[in-house]
Design a protein around this ligand. Structure first.
Ligand code: G6D
Length: 351
């Protein structure tokens, strides 16, 4: 196991550090203390070629805006909150409206724009980085001081584990995710249209015109959201299903997971032979097929374009704070928030 850290740049005198984690089987992950951003995950294909399977900006300055939230931790609340407001304990809270009248991904100064305190660690069978940050009372309109820890761990089973720990001194909505875009072709040789996605999910959340769940929890049977047997993404993206069309020909939808830590999400690319198995304790995964990737920046050396990567954002159901029939996303004062998502990379027979 190896851990290397190097200063990349600085922001207002604060160093921006890149941490590179390597295991004994050629897998390597690089991440930044800015936004806990993952800039590289190197894994072998079926022929042993080790290549990057995540999207990253070529120029660090692009992360200072980062409209696609490339690679970043998302919080306090991942997803959209309608009208940027919610009721809690009889009080109405108004969050920063950073997407028209709605609140998206923690707001303008969300966790993706924080310079996190970061400490690397290395043991015999695992290596990683522990990020920490205090989100102060009133930040982006949220109540309570929240002490947050994000831990990235790489082990010798080619598993990358993201775990979250948080404690707040007031009740507050809270659900984190990671917004990495995966592309298993390696070094963005191809887009994701030929990737196959399989999810153990019987229900999904239809969206309204602002891409916020309508509140309906719909059975996937007979729809393009039935991924229980797996689908090639091109089949979905080419469909005329109104929900697929609504979000710009693709997914931008929450899937309610049937099970946990049971290989519930599997993404694979037959041509490279790479597969990614995601397991989580979160109730949902928002699948976003990069329908709105901007095309004015270069990503991994190529012009950014639609479908260059796919996000698998494990999290609470979006807008849960406004839907009492969704599982709660409220972190109660003094309670501990714990969440773990594991990404295991392997090679499958390319047939
Ligand atoms: C778009 O609607 C999508 C979001 O789900 C995504 O997180 C963002 O782009 C990067 O707004």
């Amino acid at each position: 196991m190896k851990l290397v850290q190097e200063q990349r740049t600085e922001i207002n005198g604060q160093p921006i550090i890149a941490f590179t984690l390597a295991n004994d089987h050629g897998m390597e992950i690089t991440c930044l203390n800015y936004g806990c951003i993952i800039t590289s995950i190197l894994v072998p294909d079926k022929n042993g070629n080790v290549e990057n399977v995540v999207l990253a900006f070529d120029d660090f300055s692009s992360y200072l805006t980062n409209y696609p939230y490339l690679g970043a931790v998302i919080g306090r609340v991942a997803g959209r909150i309608k009208n940027s407001s919610f009721q809690l304990n009889g009080k109405t809270y108004k969050l920063h409206a950073n997407e028209y009248k709605n609140h998206l991904h923690g707001g303008e100064k969300g966790f993706h724009h924080v310079i996190w305190r970061a400490v690397g660690f290395s043991q015999k069978e695992e290596v990683g980085v522990r990020f920490s940050h205090r989100s102060v009372d009133g930040e982006e309109g949220y109540p309570g001081n929240v002490d947050v820890q994000v831990t990235y761990t790489l082990n010798n089973q080619n598993e990358f584990i993201i775990s979250y720990h948080a404690i707040s001194d007031q009740d507050t909505p809270f659900t984190l995710t990671n917004h990495t875009y995966f592309n298993l072709s390696g070094n963005v040789k191809r887009d994701i249209l030929q990737h196959e996605l399989k999810i153990k999910s019987d229900r999904f959340l239809p969206l309204d015109h602002e891409f916020i769940p309508t509140g309906e929890i719909k059975d996937v049977a007979g729809t393009f959201f039935d991924l229980r047997l797996g689908k090639v993404l091109k089949e979905v993206i080419d469909s005329t299903d109104p929900q697929i069309v609504l979000v710009g020909q693709g997914y931008d939808h929450p899937f309610v997971l049937n099970t946990h830590h049971d290989e519930e999400i599997v993404l694979c690319d037959r041509e490279s032979g790479r597969a990614l198995i995601v397991e989580t304790d979160e109730p949902a995964v928002v699948v976003y097929t990069g329908n709105q990737l901007p095309n004015e920046e270069t990503i991994n050396g190529v012009p950014s374009r639609k479908y260059l990567g796919i996000c698998l954002e494990t999290q609470a159901l979006p807008n849960a704070v406004n839907y009492s029939h969704f599982p709660s996303c409220i972190l109660r004062a003094g309670e501990v928030y714990l969440s773990t998502t594991k990404y295991r990379f392997c090679v499958v027979d390319g047939k």
